[in-house]
Ligand binder design. Structure first.
Ligand SMILES: Cc1cc2nc3c(=O)[nH]c(=O)nc-3n(C[C@H](O)[C@H](O)[C@H](O)COP(=O)(O)OP(=O)(O)OC[C@H]3O[C@@H](n4cnc5c(N)ncnc54)[C@H](O)[C@@H]3O)c2cc1C
Length: 504
């Protein structure tokens, strides 16, 4: 149920893996209301999307041409630490060289302290600063010189996936409004009634109805875990901004600039920029948000008629369903939960959910109960781990210039799990041991980039460690420099590569 990014990605994953295009394959039907449009935001992805698109048989060139795509290699965080104009750090997609073998923060402070952490431990931050693409035109589809995901037009992406699903993967598409849920004697859903096409029966129902959560919430009333006491942002004002000239540079990263009551995302696509102020309505008014956005746009454009722009204001409730899988219904996407888009984890969560459902697709009712329980346990852990990681960005800030930043430092707003990790990391670097229970979206490399980007310093070591390996560290730093020089010499700009792809 639902034809947003979650619905189409899940349909594609199930249809591809279970051969919906064959007579003996799984039958996958997607129902989308003609009255309710998809949310239409969600422009930043993770490198996981490369794997997903390749796995479901999408041509990368076609995807880039059809969805206004650009390459994303990192998030660049501006004004998060001190709020000053020279305050920025990177969270690149390429893990730090030696992230798991070395006490990298100490090696960095000893040998490369003149550079910010991300610039010392990876070539990617500098490649992004130079506006370079992650590959050359002759690099094969999905292959990379440096790890990348995408920026994309969410509306075009939905339509693109729809064509791929229907024309190539055998997904049946019904455009109709679902008006009723029909349960059987055991409480599981037997069918959905559509306004024009009548009843649609199935064994498994995937709720991708967005924030409405029409099956998981309105029908099953699955508990919602509200996390607004940890992450305050509950609204976003989004606006599309044209480039001054068609050849304007395209950034290689998502720019996230901290504001007095939230942050502004700035994403460059091929034909326009997508911007938005994500904010807490307890800390700022809608009018102030629009004024701030206008000032931001004025500073970064020369020719745009700002008064003609049409911002959209969206609200969301930060949190997730503690039982996204109930009986024969599983929620994926906004229906399962949403935490603000800092670090763009929502589409990646959709990819993980749909892959898990597909890999573990239960063949009987009893198997469904086991799979559902396991799914629910793992996904609650995953949501909590994302919440910890996002809170880290706020909690480490030195900003005290508004109630928003002061409130974010309140100890009562910080999960105990994050406090525990920070205590460990006073003496040791984030490692896999800190995340051993589940497949994490954000593992040690991501934590290292944010921790040391935000200026978190290790305490003195009392005893010696083989992880302080100068020889290996120096070799790594040399290797990074070689990679960087190779990239600076050989990579085209983001804009140049996209132009070459589109004109092919
Ligand atoms: C401000 C903001 C910024 C974001 N930025 C990012 C980002 O950078 N990166 C990222 O990964 N994610 C981001 N997200 C999240 C991302 O937009 C969503 O996760 C993604 O679009 C998936 O949405 P969805 O498919 O779950 O829901 P929707 O797009 O809302 O789709 C819901 C679907 O359900 C259908 N439907 C509803 N009611 C009925 C009915 N009665 N009968 C039939 N069909 C029905 C609708 O027709 C629609 O097709 C952002 C979200 C917000 C709010």
């Amino acid at each position: 149920m639902g034809g947003g990014t979650a619905g189409w990605l899940t349909a594609a994953r199930l249809a591809f893996d279970h051969r919906a295009d064959q007579n003996d394959g799984l039958s996958v039907t997607l129902i989308e209301s003609p009255d309710v449009g998809p949310i239409g935001v969600g422009e930043g992805s993770w490198p996981t999307l490369r794997m997903t698109l390749r796995e479901i048989g999408v041509s990368e060139m076609e995807f880039i041409r059809c969805c206004d795509v650009s390459f994303k290699q990192a998030s660049k965080f501006v004004a998060w630490r001190t709020g000053q104009s020279d305050d920025y750090y990177y969270h690149p997609f390429t893990p730090p060289e030696g992230a798991l073998a070395l006490d990298l923060n100490r090696a960095w402070l000893k040998h490369q302290a003149d550079k910010p952490f991300a610039f010392a431990v990876s070539a990617q931050a500098q490649l992004c600063e130079s506006g370079l693409a992650p590959k050359q035109i002759q690099t094969p589809e999905y292959a990379a010189f440096s790890n990348y995901g995408y920026h994309l037009d969410a509306g075009k992406f939905g339509q693109f996936l729809q064509r791929h699903c229907v024309e190539k993967l055998g997904v049946k598409y019904i455009q109709d409004h679902i008006v009723q849920v029909n349960p059987g004697a055991d409480g599981a859903i037997e069918s959905l009634t559509c306004r024009a096409s009548g009843e649609v029966e199935a064994d498994l129902f995937v709720d991708c109805s967005g924030g409405a959560g029409l099956l998981i919430d309105k029908h099953f009333n699955a508990p919602f875990i509200d996390r607004s006491e940890v992450l305050f942002n509950n609204r976003a004002m989004a606006v599309q901004v044209p480039y001054d000239t068609p050849d304007q540079d395209i950034q290689s990263s998502t720019l996230s600039t901290a504001q007095s009551a939230g942050w502004i995302w700035d994403i460059g696509l091929q034909s326009r920029r997508g911007l938005g102020y994500v904010y807490s309505d307890a800390h700022i008014s809608k009018e102030e948000v629009w004024e701030t956005l206008k000032t931001y746009i004025k500073q970064s454009t020369k020719q745009v008629d700002i008064e003609a722009l049409k911002p959209r204001d969206l609200s969301f409730r930060p949190g997730y369903r503690s039982t996204p899988w109930v009986k024969n219904c599983v929620a994926v996407g906004m229906s399962a939960g949403f935490i603000e888009p800092l670090e763009a984890s929502a589409i990646a969560m959709v990819e993980i959910c749909s892959k898990t459902i597909s890999n573990e697709l239960p063949a009987s009712k009893r198997a469904m109960e086991i799979v559902a329980e396991r799914f629910n346990t793992r996904f609650v852990q995953r949501w909590e781990s994302i919440i910890d990681f996002l809170k880290l960005h706020y909690y480490l800030s030195e900003r005290e210039d508004s109630a928003y930043w002061r409130d974010n430092k309140r100890a009562s707003s910080v999960p105990d799990s994050l406090k525990d990790l920070l205590e460990l990391w006073r003496h040791q670097i984030p490692s896999t041991a800190d995340f051993q229970h589940i497949l994490e979206l954000f593992g040690p490399p991501s934590y290292q980039y944010v921790l040391y980007g935000m200026g978190y310093k290790p305490e003195e070591r009392i005893t010696a460690s083989r992880r302080d390996n100068d020889e290996l560290a120096l070799r790594n730093f040399q290797q990074i420099e070689t990679t960087l020089q190779k990239g600076l010499r050989g990579l085209p700009s983001n804009r140049a590569l996209l132009k070459a792809i589109v004109s092919q």
